[in-house]
Ligand binder design. Structure first.
Ligand SMILES: Nc1ncnc2c1ncn2[C@@H]1O[C@H](COP(=O)(O)OP(=O)(O)OP(=O)(O)O)[C@@H](O)[C@H]1O
Length: 307
Protein backbone atom coordinates (compact mmCIF):
# COMPACT_ATOMS: atom_id res chain seq x y z
CA UNK A 1 0.00 0.00 0.00
CA UNK A 2 1.26 3.46 -0.85
CA UNK A 3 0.05 6.57 0.92
CA UNK A 4 1.55 8.88 -1.70
CA UNK A 5 2.26 7.87 -5.28
CA UNK A 6 3.08 10.85 -7.46
CA UNK A 7 4.85 11.04 -10.81
CA UNK A 8 6.40 13.88 -12.77
CA UNK A 9 5.66 16.64 -10.26
CA UNK A 10 6.84 19.92 -11.71
CA UNK A 11 6.58 23.52 -10.50
CA UNK A 12 8.21 26.59 -12.00
CA UNK A 13 8.14 30.06 -10.45
CA UNK A 14 8.87 32.62 -13.16
CA UNK A 15 12.16 31.48 -14.68
CA UNK A 16 13.08 29.30 -11.69
CA UNK A 17 12.16 25.62 -11.76
CA UNK A 18 11.66 24.52 -8.14
CA UNK A 19 10.66 20.93 -9.01
CA UNK A 20 11.90 19.28 -12.20
CA UNK A 21 9.38 16.48 -12.54
CA UNK A 22 9.89 14.41 -9.41
CA UNK A 23 8.48 10.99 -8.58
CA UNK A 24 7.48 10.47 -4.97
CA UNK A 25 6.37 7.17 -3.44
CA UNK A 26 5.64 7.04 0.27
CA UNK A 27 4.68 3.61 1.65
CA UNK A 28 1.68 3.56 3.99
CA UNK A 29 2.70 3.47 7.66
CA UNK A 30 6.26 4.56 6.87
CA UNK A 31 8.22 7.36 8.45
CA UNK A 32 9.56 8.95 5.29
CA UNK A 33 12.19 11.67 5.37
CA UNK A 34 12.17 14.32 2.65
CA UNK A 35 15.69 15.66 2.90
CA UNK A 36 17.77 18.12 0.97
CA UNK A 37 19.61 21.42 1.26
CA UNK A 38 17.87 24.81 1.44
CA UNK A 39 15.95 25.49 -1.74
CA UNK A 40 15.93 21.87 -2.93
CA UNK A 41 12.13 21.82 -3.17
CA UNK A 42 10.93 20.21 0.08
CA UNK A 43 8.36 22.85 1.04
CA UNK A 44 7.17 23.19 -2.56
CA UNK A 45 6.55 19.42 -2.70
CA UNK A 46 4.58 19.51 0.55
CA UNK A 47 2.54 22.55 -0.49
CA UNK A 48 1.59 20.81 -3.73
CA UNK A 49 0.55 17.66 -1.86
CA UNK A 50 -1.61 19.77 0.45
CA UNK A 51 -3.33 21.61 -2.39
CA UNK A 52 -1.83 24.93 -1.22
CA UNK A 53 -0.29 25.39 -4.65
CA UNK A 54 -0.93 23.85 -8.09
CA UNK A 55 1.70 21.87 -10.01
CA UNK A 56 2.55 22.71 -13.63
CA UNK A 57 2.66 18.99 -14.31
CA UNK A 58 2.38 15.77 -12.40
CA UNK A 59 -0.25 13.33 -11.35
CA UNK A 60 -0.87 10.46 -8.99
CA UNK A 61 -2.66 9.70 -5.77
CA UNK A 62 -2.62 10.69 -2.12
CA UNK A 63 -4.38 8.22 0.21
CA UNK A 64 -5.83 6.62 -2.89
CA UNK A 65 -7.44 9.85 -4.20
CA UNK A 66 -6.23 11.86 -7.20
CA UNK A 67 -3.73 14.64 -6.51
CA UNK A 68 -5.97 16.99 -8.53
CA UNK A 69 -8.78 16.50 -5.95
CA UNK A 70 -7.19 17.49 -2.62
CA UNK A 71 -10.62 18.01 -1.00
CA UNK A 72 -11.12 14.23 -1.18
CA UNK A 73 -8.03 13.33 0.84
CA UNK A 74 -7.31 16.42 2.96
CA UNK A 75 -9.80 15.48 5.73
CA UNK A 76 -7.49 12.53 6.46
CA UNK A 77 -4.29 14.59 6.33
CA UNK A 78 -2.69 16.59 9.16
CA UNK A 79 -0.02 19.14 8.30
CA UNK A 80 2.41 21.62 9.72
CA UNK A 81 4.02 23.79 7.07
CA UNK A 82 6.53 26.40 8.20
CA UNK A 83 5.41 28.22 11.37
CA UNK A 84 2.01 27.27 12.84
CA UNK A 85 -0.50 30.14 12.66
CA UNK A 86 -1.56 30.72 16.27
CA UNK A 87 -3.49 33.41 18.18
CA UNK A 88 -0.78 34.83 20.41
CA UNK A 89 -3.12 36.11 23.13
CA UNK A 90 -4.93 32.81 23.49
CA UNK A 91 -3.56 29.86 25.43
CA UNK A 92 -2.32 26.76 23.65
CA UNK A 93 -5.46 24.92 24.73
CA UNK A 94 -7.74 27.73 23.49
CA UNK A 95 -5.94 27.75 20.13
CA UNK A 96 -6.52 24.04 19.76
CA UNK A 97 -10.18 24.44 20.76
CA UNK A 98 -10.62 27.01 17.99
CA UNK A 99 -9.05 24.58 15.51
CA UNK A 100 -11.20 21.72 16.82
CA UNK A 101 -14.31 23.84 16.36
CA UNK A 102 -13.32 24.82 12.81
CA UNK A 103 -12.71 21.19 11.95
CA UNK A 104 -15.84 19.98 13.78
CA UNK A 105 -13.60 17.78 15.96
CA UNK A 106 -14.70 16.58 19.40
CA UNK A 107 -13.30 18.95 22.09
CA UNK A 108 -12.08 15.99 24.13
CA UNK A 109 -9.49 15.35 21.41
CA UNK A 110 -7.77 18.62 22.46
CA UNK A 111 -6.69 17.08 25.79
CA UNK A 112 -5.47 13.97 23.99
CA UNK A 113 -3.27 15.85 21.53
CA UNK A 114 -1.89 18.07 24.32
CA UNK A 115 -0.91 14.91 26.15
CA UNK A 116 0.55 13.30 23.02
CA UNK A 117 2.79 16.29 22.33
CA UNK A 118 3.86 16.76 25.95
CA UNK A 119 2.20 20.19 26.03
CA UNK A 120 -0.38 19.55 28.80
CA UNK A 121 1.70 21.33 31.50
CA UNK A 122 1.88 24.52 29.39
CA UNK A 123 -1.57 24.35 27.82
CA UNK A 124 -3.10 27.16 29.88
CA UNK A 125 -0.41 29.76 29.22
CA UNK A 126 -0.81 32.35 26.45
CA UNK A 127 1.01 31.40 23.24
CA UNK A 128 2.79 34.80 23.30
CA UNK A 129 5.00 33.47 26.12
CA UNK A 130 5.82 30.17 24.38
CA UNK A 131 9.26 29.30 23.07
CA UNK A 132 9.57 28.50 19.37
CA UNK A 133 9.73 24.80 20.25
CA UNK A 134 6.49 25.00 22.28
CA UNK A 135 4.74 26.68 19.35
CA UNK A 136 5.97 23.93 17.06
CA UNK A 137 4.55 21.32 19.41
CA UNK A 138 1.17 23.08 19.55
CA UNK A 139 1.33 23.14 15.74
CA UNK A 140 1.91 19.39 15.69
CA UNK A 141 -0.92 18.96 18.22
CA UNK A 142 -3.20 20.91 15.86
CA UNK A 143 -2.17 18.66 12.97
CA UNK A 144 -3.17 15.62 15.02
CA UNK A 145 -6.65 16.86 15.97
CA UNK A 146 -8.45 15.06 13.18
CA UNK A 147 -6.62 11.76 13.82
CA UNK A 148 -4.99 11.92 10.37
CA UNK A 149 -3.86 8.87 8.41
CA UNK A 150 -1.14 10.96 6.79
CA UNK A 151 0.91 13.56 8.62
CA UNK A 152 2.97 16.06 6.60
CA UNK A 153 5.46 18.00 8.69
CA UNK A 154 7.78 20.62 7.22
CA UNK A 155 10.85 21.03 9.41
CA UNK A 156 8.94 20.34 12.66
CA UNK A 157 12.12 20.13 14.72
CA UNK A 158 12.99 23.76 13.94
CA UNK A 159 13.50 25.47 17.29
CA UNK A 160 13.10 22.30 19.33
CA UNK A 161 15.65 21.61 22.04
CA UNK A 162 17.05 18.06 22.37
CA UNK A 163 14.29 17.08 24.82
CA UNK A 164 11.57 18.44 22.52
CA UNK A 165 13.17 16.67 19.53
CA UNK A 166 13.31 13.38 21.45
CA UNK A 167 9.63 13.76 22.46
CA UNK A 168 8.62 14.43 18.89
CA UNK A 169 10.61 11.41 17.72
CA UNK A 170 8.81 9.17 20.25
CA UNK A 171 5.44 10.59 19.24
CA UNK A 172 6.04 10.05 15.51
CA UNK A 173 7.31 6.51 16.07
CA UNK A 174 4.15 5.72 18.09
CA UNK A 175 1.93 7.19 15.38
CA UNK A 176 3.70 5.20 12.66
CA UNK A 177 3.31 2.01 14.73
CA UNK A 178 -0.44 2.75 14.71
CA UNK A 179 -0.36 2.86 10.90
CA UNK A 180 -0.15 6.63 10.40
CA UNK A 181 2.09 7.60 7.47
CA UNK A 182 4.50 10.40 8.31
CA UNK A 183 6.27 12.54 5.71
CA UNK A 184 8.76 14.80 7.43
CA UNK A 185 11.22 17.26 5.95
CA UNK A 186 14.46 18.64 7.28
CA UNK A 187 17.71 20.03 6.02
CA UNK A 188 19.37 18.71 9.20
CA UNK A 189 19.80 15.30 7.69
CA UNK A 190 21.21 13.44 10.64
CA UNK A 191 18.21 14.37 12.76
CA UNK A 192 16.09 12.05 10.64
CA UNK A 193 18.68 9.29 10.37
CA UNK A 194 17.49 7.29 13.36
CA UNK A 195 13.82 8.28 13.11
CA UNK A 196 12.92 7.41 9.51
CA UNK A 197 12.76 4.14 7.59
CA UNK A 198 12.34 5.63 4.10
CA UNK A 199 14.30 8.43 2.52
CA UNK A 200 13.77 10.77 -0.40
CA UNK A 201 16.80 12.92 -1.22
CA UNK A 202 15.99 16.12 -3.08
CA UNK A 203 18.64 18.26 -4.70
CA UNK A 204 17.79 21.30 -6.82
CA UNK A 205 14.33 20.04 -7.62
CA UNK A 206 15.44 16.50 -8.51
CA UNK A 207 15.21 13.22 -6.64
CA UNK A 208 18.70 11.84 -6.01
CA UNK A 209 17.49 8.77 -4.16
CA UNK A 210 14.21 7.29 -2.96
CA UNK A 211 13.92 4.09 -0.99
CA UNK A 212 14.50 2.39 2.32
CA UNK A 213 17.62 2.10 4.43
CA UNK A 214 18.79 -1.10 2.72
CA UNK A 215 18.37 0.56 -0.69
CA UNK A 216 20.32 3.57 0.52
CA UNK A 217 23.17 1.42 1.77
CA UNK A 218 23.19 -0.41 -1.55
CA UNK A 219 23.09 2.85 -3.56
CA UNK A 220 25.83 4.55 -1.62
CA UNK A 221 27.95 1.63 -0.38
CA UNK A 222 30.04 1.69 2.75
CA UNK A 223 32.56 4.33 3.76
CA UNK A 224 36.17 3.58 4.54
CA UNK A 225 37.84 5.91 7.01
CA UNK A 226 41.52 6.17 7.75
CA UNK A 227 43.67 8.28 10.05
CA UNK A 228 47.45 8.54 9.48
CA UNK A 229 49.65 8.25 12.54
CA UNK A 230 51.12 11.69 11.67
CA UNK A 231 48.32 14.18 10.95
CA UNK A 232 50.62 16.01 8.50
CA UNK A 233 50.45 12.94 6.22
CA UNK A 234 46.73 13.38 5.56
CA UNK A 235 47.06 15.57 2.39
CA UNK A 236 49.56 13.08 0.88
CA UNK A 237 47.22 10.17 1.70
CA UNK A 238 44.31 12.03 0.06
CA UNK A 239 46.37 12.58 -3.10
CA UNK A 240 47.46 8.94 -3.13
CA UNK A 241 43.85 7.72 -2.90
CA UNK A 242 42.64 10.19 -5.54
CA UNK A 243 45.44 9.02 -7.85
CA UNK A 244 43.64 5.64 -7.98
CA UNK A 245 40.57 7.39 -9.41
CA UNK A 246 38.57 7.38 -6.18
CA UNK A 247 37.06 10.45 -4.57
CA UNK A 248 38.22 11.08 -1.03
CA UNK A 249 37.48 13.81 1.51
CA UNK A 250 39.01 15.05 4.68
CA UNK A 251 36.67 15.44 7.65
CA UNK A 252 37.82 16.13 11.21
CA UNK A 253 41.27 14.69 10.65
CA UNK A 254 39.89 11.58 8.91
CA UNK A 255 40.20 10.51 5.31
CA UNK A 256 36.84 9.30 4.03
CA UNK A 257 36.20 7.47 0.79
CA UNK A 258 33.12 5.66 -0.52
CA UNK A 259 34.46 2.26 -1.58
CA UNK A 260 33.65 -1.44 -1.27
CA UNK A 261 34.56 -2.86 2.14
CA UNK A 262 37.23 -5.10 0.59
CA UNK A 263 39.11 -2.01 -0.63
CA UNK A 264 40.31 -1.33 2.96
CA UNK A 265 43.43 -3.57 2.59
CA UNK A 266 44.27 -1.75 -0.68
CA UNK A 267 44.11 1.56 1.18
CA UNK A 268 46.43 0.16 3.82
CA UNK A 269 48.91 -0.91 1.11
CA UNK A 270 48.71 2.47 -0.67
CA UNK A 271 49.50 4.23 2.62
CA UNK A 272 52.47 1.92 3.24
CA UNK A 273 53.78 2.46 -0.31
CA UNK A 274 53.84 6.20 0.43
CA UNK A 275 55.62 5.70 3.74
CA UNK A 276 52.47 6.52 5.72
CA UNK A 277 51.50 4.47 8.79
CA UNK A 278 47.79 4.30 9.56
CA UNK A 279 46.71 4.72 13.19
CA UNK A 280 43.11 3.82 12.29
CA UNK A 281 41.37 2.05 9.40
CA UNK A 282 37.67 1.15 9.50
CA UNK A 283 34.71 0.35 7.26
CA UNK A 284 31.36 1.76 8.36
CA UNK A 285 27.83 2.63 7.26
CA UNK A 286 27.58 6.26 6.09
CA UNK A 287 25.44 8.72 8.00
CA UNK A 288 22.47 10.16 6.13
CA UNK A 289 24.40 13.36 5.51
CA UNK A 290 27.39 11.49 4.10
CA UNK A 291 25.13 9.37 1.90
CA UNK A 292 23.48 12.54 0.60
CA UNK A 293 26.77 14.17 -0.31
CA UNK A 294 28.15 11.04 -1.96
CA UNK A 295 25.03 10.72 -4.11
CA UNK A 296 24.93 14.46 -4.84
CA UNK A 297 28.55 14.36 -5.94
CA UNK A 298 27.99 11.31 -8.11
CA UNK A 299 25.10 13.18 -9.73
CA UNK A 300 26.87 16.48 -10.11
CA UNK A 301 30.60 16.13 -9.28
CA UNK A 302 31.67 19.75 -9.56
CA UNK A 303 29.04 21.49 -7.43
CA UNK A 304 27.91 18.98 -4.79
CA UNK A 305 30.20 20.37 -2.11
CA UNK A 306 28.65 23.80 -2.46
CA UNK A 307 25.08 22.54 -1.86
N1 LIG B 1 6.33 31.26 -4.29
C1 LIG B 1 7.54 31.20 -4.80
N2 LIG B 1 7.97 32.12 -5.69
C2 LIG B 1 9.21 32.07 -6.23
N3 LIG B 1 10.12 31.11 -5.93
C3 LIG B 1 9.76 30.17 -5.05
C4 LIG B 1 8.47 30.16 -4.42
N4 LIG B 1 8.41 29.09 -3.61
C5 LIG B 1 9.62 28.47 -3.70
N5 LIG B 1 10.42 29.13 -4.56
C6 LIG B 1 11.79 28.72 -4.92
O1 LIG B 1 11.79 27.35 -5.21
C7 LIG B 1 12.94 26.71 -4.69
C8 LIG B 1 12.54 25.59 -3.75
O2 LIG B 1 12.02 26.18 -2.56
P1 LIG B 1 11.49 25.32 -1.35
O3 LIG B 1 10.98 26.30 -0.33
O4 LIG B 1 10.58 24.28 -1.82
O5 LIG B 1 12.84 24.65 -0.83
P2 LIG B 1 13.12 23.88 0.53
O6 LIG B 1 13.83 22.64 0.14
O7 LIG B 1 11.86 23.74 1.32
O8 LIG B 1 14.12 24.85 1.28
P3 LIG B 1 14.30 25.20 2.84
O9 LIG B 1 15.08 24.07 3.45
O10 LIG B 1 15.08 26.47 2.81
O11 LIG B 1 12.93 25.38 3.44
C9 LIG B 1 13.77 27.80 -4.02
O12 LIG B 1 14.76 28.21 -4.93
C10 LIG B 1 12.77 28.89 -3.76
O13 LIG B 1 13.37 30.15 -3.76
Amino acid sequence: MTAIDIHGLRRTYGTHTALRGIDLTVPAGSLTALVGPNGSGKTTTMRLLLGLDRPDAGSGTVLGEPLERPARYLPRVGALIEQPALYRRLTGRANLRVLAELGATDRRRVDEVLELTGMSPYADRPVAGYSLGMRQRIGVAGALLTEPRLLILDEPTNGLDPVGTAQLRTLLTTLAADGVTVLISSHQLNELDTLCDHFVFLDRGRVLFAGDRAGLTAAQGPLIEAVPERSGDLPALLRAVEATGRTAHEADGLLLTAAPADWAPALNRIAAEHGITLAHLAVRRPSLEEAFFTLAERHNPRTAKAA
